[in-house]
Design a protein around this ligand. Structure first.
Ligand SMILES: Cc1ncc(COP(=O)(O)O)c(C=O)c1O
Length: 434
């Protein structure tokens, strides 16, 4: 298990000694005595909260507006509610973060965080590939607001990036670097320490350039970006954190100071997770470690099967990186604590072969999303990344023969038997065509 025992966090309730994260997911921040002994934290299905008196109402509003010394309390669920706060209190532990904000989707976590910091004229540096929705938001929506979105390649030397910035006259306008690593759908890695070094060089005494990292593919178990210089960790909590494909949620973790403007904007955009989603996330975090660990074990077995298969051109799985892969291997060794459970592979053939393969699967469902208990397969070029321009798709390796697998909790041998159905369907067509 990655890192679970190394957290420098305060003791749990009743002063009991610091426990492992898996144990803290059952108890941290909640005392059954406050809710008639209920073992599980209650689900507060309410939009608003009664004030015991007008003076308390006044004080809670003052606290919500940031007035120093005012004691905060529940006001109205768009601003916050007990289930949200408890889920945030538990989720922040996985990244050793001081603060966490939970949203009603990964996209709202990303968009609220970016909008909280970026203003017209600012520059956002980013590298691809990115999840299709994020790609669209950064490349197309932010420029409409006058925000410059400049892409850099994972292997682009820092001096080249800075030269490009100087040439455009924007070197003093960089506010944030945004990366997704490993990237959806190719498992491409970005070196976070190198991004931090670049961010530091671009920072000015009055303006720290923030490094924001989408940690959806490996987090919160197998990669901890805050330990590698990130200021902000972002998640689609719809994926491993939720883990059951029954909710949509997102999260941002970091220092209280970095989170503060994000939480403020969340109030006005109304992007906080509601009571039900918060409650489901609490349920999910209890099994987070055991699910992700088992999923990663099965993924290793499935990836090895794919690597041996004669109809597979290449498998993109982090567990296969080796010293000969150069910088990618170094980044993996320095930054990742496990290969995770996402596998992408290029099969022999073109789009129609990929479709034949996908249509023949039975146990593995043909659906987008990932990180759930069930295994899913999809075709990035025509599904999750269909909004990315054909040139960018080609450049980023999102070819028409690429298939993305999210490995769930089924027995790995059953998953392999299912993949055999896919390969058989492709071969059958080749035989018939001859
Ligand atoms: C890496 C990554 N980031 C962000 C998102 C967006 O999350 P959501 O669908 O929860 O809004 C996704 C969705 O697939 C994703 O894969």
């Amino acid at each position: 298990m990655a890192r679970a025992s190394s957290s420098p966090l305060p003791p749990d309730r009743k002063g009991s000694p610091k426990r492992h994260l898996e144990s803290r997911m059952m108890s941290h921040g909640y005392d059954p005595e406050t809710a008639s002994g209920a073992i599980k934290a209650p689900l507060y299905a309410t939009s608003t909260f009664a004030f015991p008196n007008a003076e308390t109402g006044k004080m809670r509003f003052a606290a919500a507006h940031g007035v120093a010394g005012a004691e905060p309390g529940a006001v109205y669920s768009r601003l916050g509610h007990p289930g949200l706060e408890l889920a945030e209190e538990r989720l922040r532990l996985w990244d050793d973060a001081e603060a966490c904000a939970i949203f009603h989707s990964g996209m709202s976590a990303i968009s609220t965080s970016l909008l909280a910091y970026l203003k017209p004229g600012d520059v956002l540096l980013f590298n691809g590939p990115l999840y299709g929705g994020t790609d669209h938001f950064i490349r197309h929506y932010l420029p409409e607001l006058g925000i410059h979105a400049l892409e850099f390649a994972s292997d682009e030397p820092e001096s080249a990036i800075r030269l490009r910035l100087r040439r455009t006259g924007l070197q003093n306008r960089v506010k944030m670097i945004f990366v997704e690593t490993p990237a959806n759908p190719t498992n491409e890695l970005t070196d976070l320490a190198a991004c931090r070094a670049l961010a530091d060089k671009l920072s000015r005494p009055d303006q720290r350039v923030l490094l924001a990292v989408d940690n959806t593919f490996l987090g919160p178990l197998w990669q901890h970006p805050l330990q590698h210089g990130a200021d902000l960790v972002l998640y689609s909590a719809t994926k491993y954190i939720g883990g059951h494909s029954d909710l949509i949620a997102g999260a941002a973790s970091g220092s209280a100071a970095v989170l503060q403007p994000i939480k403020t904007l969340r109030v006005y955009l109304g992007t906080a997770a509601d009571a039900w989603v918060s409650w489901l996330l609490l349920r999910s975090m209890e099994t987070l470690s055991v699910r992700m660990t088992r999923q990663a074990e099965s993924a290793a077995v499935v990836a090895e099967y794919l690597r041996q298969h004669e109809d597979v051109v290449q498998v993109r799985y982090l567990g296969f990186l080796e010293p000969a892969d150069g910088p990618a291997y170094t980044t993996y060794s320095n930054q990742c604590e496990g290969p995770g459970a996402m596998i992408s592979f290029y099969l022999q053939g073109a789009e129609e072969d990929a479709f034949r393969f996908l249509n023949a699967l039975d146990l593995i469902r043909l659906a987008v999303s990932l990180g759930g208990t069930e295994s899913l397969a999809e075709h990035p070029a025509t599904m999750t990344h269909s909004g990315v321009s054909p040139e960018d798709r080609e450049r980023l390796g999102i070819h028409s023969n690429l298939i993305r697998l999210s490995i769930g909790l089924e027995h790995p041998q059953d998953l392999i038997a299912d993949l055999e159905l896919g390969f058989a369907a492709v071969r059958q067509q080749l035989v018939t065509a001859r």
